[in-house]
Design a protein around this ligand. Sequence first.
Ligand SMILES: [Fe+2]
Ligand SMILES: [Fe+2]
Length: 506
Amino acid sequence: MERASFDQAELPVWHAPERARNDDRTNPLDLGESRLGIIVSALSHALDLSTGQPVGHSVRACLLGMRMAEEIGLSDETRTDLFYALLLKDCGCSANASTLFHALGSDELKAKHDVKITDLTNFGRETLEYVLTHVGRGKSFLERCRLLVRLALRQKRHSWEVTKIRCERGATMARLMGLGSATAAGILALDEHWDGRGLPDGLRGDKIPLFSRIMLLAQTIEVFRAAGGGRSWLDVVRKRKGTWFEPDLVKACESLEKRGALWRGAEGNAAFETVLTMEPRPRRLERGLRGFDAICLAFSQIVDAKSPFTFNHSLGVANAAVAIGQTLGMPAERTIFLRQAALLHDLGKLSVSNSILEKPGKLDATEWAAMRRHPFYTWKILNAIPGFGEMSNVAASHHEKLDGSGYFRGLTGEKLPREARILVVADIYDALTAKRPYRDSLPRERVFDILKKDAPHAIDAECVAALDEADVDSSQQFVDLDILLTRLRSFQSSAAPIHLDRVSPG
Ligand SMILES: [Fe+2]
Ligand SMILES: [Fe+2]
């Protein structure tokens, strides 16, 4: 029986496709046949959340960029690398969320949304409006003045910093996912402008990688179409021709638009289907499980980078979940499934502003509603991938409680499989052992007091006991990205079957 402890009316309308099929395999980890493009397209919806853009933005930008690439005659091989660069262009975005939030003192997601439709390269009306709209919104007059002065003094340096963090992190994530160097280089230079006034390196003209030039134009067209509708984007593109954008690319766009070809198949849910037809040489996940693990690790880092308070949270939950699974004698493949669900469990948190995630005090009703929506987003994002029905359900159940008092569905015990129960306990454990904006990290004894108080009515007592017995080493919860990359390389260079101890980062 489902008891709604959460007002389902609080759930947002999801405009992205519902692609889950009733084709869950017996072993959902059997991803050998899975297409990388489908998985990355679906996960790009999480990146849209992290930039405050409508869900589907990355997919539509990809579609536009691929049309331009065809128009200018890029080869199949080049377009295959471009395809992933376009889908993942925003995978560094979460890394500057906290910096941006502290600089503005207000909701960084709204600021991120608006920055894409504002020309900040010249100080003028647009810049002033942007600053006055976003800096210190909702704060006292004095606090706003303080933030404005601080930002004015550091404006150039600040813009450079947030752009550099975003671009470098994005390129690193693409490499971590095993994508080509051209893909990473394209993401690295996404914010460079044709006239050399972009960031972070002020590259000019054809010194900017072609991928970056295409990506900037594609994303700008998409956001202006979404914001202004119709052909409003065309005025912006023409106005910025030669400053932001390469003139020849603008010409290619105009030609596509004239023939009615630019937006073909881009409307609503069709975009997800259309974009998949535009990958010239569809790629399969590299060596199935290993390839998917790299994707999970990268996305867990994208989620965790959002706030210093959740740094390594997803990995910590994965470690604790694996420890519980192993102690309970779970088969290796199921334990890996659990680890991957754990790595992806908070994907939906990218939808929550840092003004909520890092709030030192109590959340108000609206803020709580936003927090309680995040597993819903996790579910929707993963559920769009064929064969991921079980993973989406397990990952999105991490705030459910056996007595039905959890969210977002208010499921009761009989609806929560063992993997979901483990995730619930692992998530609470990692949250309590980490520092939060409103409290310090708690010692182990105190953590288990709290867990045991909630068992067995709300959380699974067997899972709590297994976690206690496993005695997870807190040092396991830190995995440096370089170490991770070295480990991934060693996985890839080995033909031996995967064992848990080689997949687990502990
Ligand atoms: Fe969560
Ligand atoms: Fe979590």
